[in-house]
Design a protein around this ligand. Structure first.
Ligand code: CMP
Length: 135
C-alpha cells in the first residue's frame, strides 16, 4: 500500500467540485485516510512549491493557492501516487484527456483544480507539510 498527498485547490472548492473530485479517487479504490479544509498560509504554500521558486508562474501560483480554501487529503491504495496523477490528468489543461479531472473541468494553467505528489519522496515530504500533526 502506498500513500499520496492530494490537494483540491481553491478553484475546485469555489466551483463546488469537492465531492466530484473525491468520488473519482474512491471509484479507483483509493481510500481517504486523512482529510481537512484550511486556508493555507503563504509560508506553507511556499514550502510545498519550493521547487518552483524563481519560475515565471511562481508568484501567481502562490497567490492562487492562498486565495481561498484548500482541501488536503492523504489517499492510500495500491500505486496511489501514480493512480492519483492519472486521475488528475496532465498539468496543462490543454493536454489533459477527457475522463481526467483536469481534462473534464480545467481551463487555466495555474488554476488546474488539483495537485498530487509526483514520487514517494514528494509524498513523504508533502504529507509532513500538510499533516504535520500526524506525520
Ligand atoms: P501542480 O501539479 O500543483 O504543480 C505545480 C503547479 O504550478 C501546477 O499544478 C499549476 O497549478 C502551476 N503551473 C505549472 N506550470 C505552469 C505554467 N506554465 N503556468 C502557470 N502555472 C503553472
Amino acid at each position: 500500500m502506498e500513500r499520496t498527498l492530494v490537494l483540491i485547490k481553491p478553484d475546485g472548492v469555489r466551483r463546488n467540485l469537492i465531492g466530484e473530485i473525491i468520488r473519482r479517487y474512491e471509484m479507483k479504490g483509493l481510500r481517504v485516510i486523512a482529510i481537512k479544509s484550511l486556508y493555507p498560509s503563504e509560508e506553507l504554500v511556499m514550502e510545498h512549491y519550493k521547487e518552483h521558486e524563481g519560475k515565471d508562474f511562481y508568484e501567481r501560483l502562490i497567490n492562487f493557492l492562498t486565495s481561498g480554501m484548500v482541501i488536503a487529503i492523504v489517499l492510500e491504495g495500491k500505486n496511489a501516487i501514480k493512480c492519483a496523477r492519472i486521475i488528475n490528468g496532465a498539468t496543462k489543461y490543454q493536454d489533459a484527456l477527457p475522463g481526467t479531472i483536469r481534462g473534464d473541468f480545467a481551463f487555466d494553467e495555474t488554476e488546474n483544480l488539483v495537485h498530487a505528489s509526483d514520487s514517494l519522496e514528494s509524498a513523504e515530504r508533502e504529507m509532513k507539510i500538510w499533516f504535520s500533526e500526524i506525520y
